[in-house]
Design a protein around this ligand. Structure first.
Ligand SMILES: C[S@@+](CC[C@H](N)C(=O)[O-])C[C@H]1O[C@@H](n2cnc3c(N)ncnc32)[C@H](O)[C@@H]1O
Length: 309
């Protein structure tokens, strides 16, 4: 049962979080461990609310969510609309976008979230890198039919989320590149791509003259072949996070002088790893990179993205 009052503004602060269905347990555990000031109040698939029982001592931005905001009130759509006549985003938890508008970093954005047929939440968030670039953090990307895998979407969603544009002809290195959805997205943007993966690449990638495949595991790969030309690093291996981070350390060291940004996907191979997420971010920092953001993307399953520069 919800603890949120149904009258006007609640006495305590409540926050709501949107995550990918299936990740609720990760988010709940992360908040329990990292933000003990917040106490769980209510959840439904892909949507959780928490009550602030003590003032938050740190910047709020859990990894296992796509978007979050401060709860203001709830009710029927008509009730919320009669209390707020200004601009507001309006979307459902299923990803239907009913109303949207242009806003910029720093704006306080109001939003109405359709949680069920009869239940609508009204909240606000300060637009910036910590909050989603699109209503509810739902993807605006479309998967091309010919893409070798859905990882195409992870590239587009990640760039949109970080507000990063990859210049044509820049060099990207992808570790864990087979069958090639992410590589295909990068090639489509005009990048030159090298992929490291013992698995086969789809011909749509391997036949592209801008692509080079190192058909081997990262353990067998000699970083001496990387001559300070890699500007963008993509990592998407189906290994435990510890193994992924251990294996990419030598690569990061080799490419750091030319590196502009790294998109590192870490897989939540088991629930217990939630408590280790701060350590993973630390390890990336120890590689000499500045962690800009760690977040779940709409195209993620049980995984999250670390973006570092
Ligand atoms: C989730 S898939 C990658 C999907 C890919 N990025 C795409 O866009 O289609 C994970 C990949 O990691 C690769 N992988 C697992 N262990 C690896 C290792 N030690 N070195 C290189 N690649 C590895 C697997 O072969 C697999 O192709």
């Amino acid at each position: 049962m919800s603890q949120i009052q149904n009258d006007n503004a609640p006495a305590a602060n409540f926050y709501y979080f949107l995550c990918n269905p299936g990740s609720e347990k990760f988010l709940k555990e992360e908040i329990r461990l990292i933000y003990p000031e917040l106490v769980f109040a209510y959840s439904t698939e892909g949507f959780l609310t928490f009550k602030e029982t003590r003032p938050l001592g740190k910047t709020l931005r859990p990894v296992f969510c796509r978007h979050f905001g401060k709860f203001l009130r709830r009710g029927t759509y008509e009730e919320l609309r009669s209390a707020w006549v200004g601009k507001a985003l309006f979307y459902s938890l299923e990803g239907e976008i009913f109303e949207t508008y242009e806003y910029k970093t720093g704006d306080w954005v109001k939003e109405i979230i359709k949680v069920s047929e009869t239940q609508f939440y009204f909240g606000e968030f300060r637009a910036g890198i910590l909050t989603a670039p699109s209503p509810g953090g739902f993807s605006t990307a479309v998967l091309p039919e010919e893409s070798p895998s859905r990882a195409y979407l992870k590239v587009i969603d990640g760039l949109n989320y970080m507000g990063v544009k990859l210049p044509e002809n820049d060099y990207a290195l992808e570790i864990g590149s087979s069958p090639g959805g992410a590589t295909y997205a990068l090639l489509n943007m005009g990048l030159r791509v090298e992929g490291i993966d013992p698995g086969l690449m789809d011909p749509i990638c391997s036949n592209n003259p801008k692509f080079k495949h190192h058909r081997q595991s990262i353990q067998d790969f000699h970083v001496s072949s990387l001559k300070d030309h890699v500007q963008w690093l993509y990592v998407d291996m189906n290994l435990a996070p510890e193994a992924t981070l251990r294996e990419i350390e030598k690569v990061v060291e080799a490419v750091r002088p030319s590196l502009k940004g790294a998109f590192i996907t870490l897989k939540m191979t088991k629930f217990e790893l939630v408590s280790r997420v701060p350590m993973y971010l630390n390890l990336v920092g120890k590689m000499g990179l500045n962690v800009v953001m760690a977040t779940q993307l709409p195209s993620h399953k049980q995984e999250f993205l670390i973006y570092a520069e």
